[in-house]
Design a protein around this ligand. Structure first.
Ligand SMILES: *Cc1c(COP(=O)(O)O)cnc(C)c1O
Length: 464
């Protein structure tokens, strides 16, 4: 009899509500600010987002009902399986029990459709005809293209130049789902033209691509084009919490108590938040859990970036957000984990870091690829380069458990598969990849851009 590797849920066990951490943070989140330093009112966001999503962005309700129409689309690939990583455990010789939540089973191959579907659906309800967005590695662009095809919206994607060149098949996926995809910076927007004039060979950045997508949405004065962001914002974190809510039910089915360690890789922070926030709730209420967002050492937003107000994009189309940041002009080195090349991190995660509720970690690229290869040769799944950061941290924790001789329960989020990212693996096997430690001087240089901005209060209860 084979061991039970997968813990599945019945469709009837699917969560019917999202969890909103904003209701439970011990110290409240600080508001986004406009260019004048005053808090941004919900009305000011209406040129880019529909009111339903703006309301979710500022909501303090703990539970928010998921509309039937969204549940129906999510049901095409959810609930997703939780796996017990027996083969990896055996290979590592660890007493730890390792579980991973497999978000790679969605048609676009990552967790991102969980919010893309919700955002496309709310926009459709609001009478919107077209969504614009940016994409790093192409995962978000393809997720939004997929969601727009489901609900019947047009979709335009600005894809960061380096990924556009490294991952041409992501573009084809977007086209297949009916979206238009252009490389960013592009000649189609003022931001794009300005950047190209100054830096014709730039690899691009998420910050630049966001500026282009927002500019395009705002330029349609009829209001029928809106913008959609795949991470960072409160409502995006909330849409992803179905990951953690399902995981809790699955751990219970597997006969587990509360896990000891929760891990997710973090770019803007949404897949990490999706798994972690329902457990942050338990930590706030007394559970002892080590909750770890993992980032690349070459883009060390959480571990080296100060907590500051900063722009969400390159050219100031977005409000100032309170977050850990490397400065909005920061263009990270062209590592293969394109989805983790963002200068900031979600305000909700930043506040949880300030409180000590979550403990960020950074890991170098080579250790991540090595972990991903070990994972593929034991568990079978070829993970995305982003996800390899979570795998590497899970292996670090499993090795710690071995040294301590403890049966630690480790859960990590397998945010996506890497079948569209094999160029990175090829470069790894060819010995072409190197670790890249960002010099402090480079960090200091872009941090200077923060100097004129208001400083958020550092609010912490001191309990963690
Ligand atoms: C986009 C992406 C990430 C990073 O984004 P978050 O918002 O931090 O989750 C991580 N893993 C995969 C597979 C992705 O596609």
């Amino acid at each position: 009899m084979a061991r039970s590797m997968q813990i599945l849920l019945e469709p009837s066990e699917f969560p019917k509500q999202w969890y909103n951490l904003n209701a439970d943070l011990p110290s409240p989140l600080q508001p986004p600010l406009g260019p004048d330093g005053n808090p941004v009112s919900p009305e000011m966001l209406t040129p880019i987002f529909p009111m339903s999503l703006i309301e979710q962005e500022v909501s303090k309700e703990r539970w928010i009902d998921i509309p039937e129409g969204i549940l129906d689309i999510l049901a095409t690939y959810r609930p997703s399986p939780l796996h017990r990583a027996f083969a990896l455990e055996e290979y590592l010789g660890t007493p730890a029990k390792i579980y991973y939540k497999n978000e790679s089973v969605s048609p676009p191959g990552s967790h991102k459709p969980n919010t893309a579907i919700a955002q496309a659906w709310y926009n459709k309800q609001a009478g919107v005809k077209k969504l614009t967005t940016e994409t790093g590695a192409g995962q978000w662009g393809s997720a939004l293209a997929f969601a727009c095809a489901h609900v019947g919206l047009e979709c335009k994607v600005y894809m960061v130049r380096i990924s556009y060149d490294q991952k041409p098949f992501r573009k084809v996926m977007m086209q297949t789902w009916g979206a238009e995809c252009v490389a960013s910076p592009s000649m189609e927007t003022k931001t794009g033209r300005d950047v190209l004039e100054r830096y014709p060979d730039t690899p691009g950045s998420l910050g630049i691509a966001i500026s282009e997508a927002v500019e395009t949405a705002v330029a349609d004065t009829t209001g029928s084009t809106k913008y959609s962001l795949g991470s960072v914002l409160n409502h995006v974190m909330m849409h992803q919490t179905i990951i953690g809510l399902e995981t809790k039910k699955q751990l219970k089915k597997a006969g587990e108590r509360m896990p000891d360690v929760i891990i997710g890789c973090a770019g803007g922070g949404s897949n990490f938040a999706g798994l972690a926030f329902p457990f942050v709730y338990d930590k706030i209420h007394g559970a002892s859990i080590d909750i770890i967002p993992v980032e690349p050492a070459s883009c060390p937003t959480m571990t080296k970036g100060p907590y500051s107000y900063d722009l969400g994009d390159f050219s100031g189309m977005t409000p100032l957000l309170p977050m850990h940041t490397l400065g909005h002009t920061f263009v990270p080195p062209p590592i293969h984990a394109g989805g983790l090349r963002y200068h900031g991190i979600a305000p909700l995660i930043s506040q949880a870091i300030v409180e000590g509720l979550v403990n960020p970690r950074s890991i170098h690229q080579l250790e991540c690829y090595s972990a991903a290869v070990t994972f593929a040769r034991t568990e079978g799944i070829i993970v995305a380069p982003e996800t390899s950061h979570a795998v590497a941290a899970a292996i670090q924790e499993a090795n710690k458990a071995k040294e301590a001789g403890k049966e630690t329960v480790i859960v990590f989020n397998l945010s996506g598969h890497g079948l569209m990212d094999l160029k990175g693996y090829e470069a790894y096997f060819g010995g072409e990849l190197a670790d890249y430690e960002l010099p402090q001087s480079e960090i200091d240089a872009t941090l200077q851009t923060l100097e004129g901005y208001p400083k958020p209060e550092v609010r912490r209860t001191g309990k963690w």
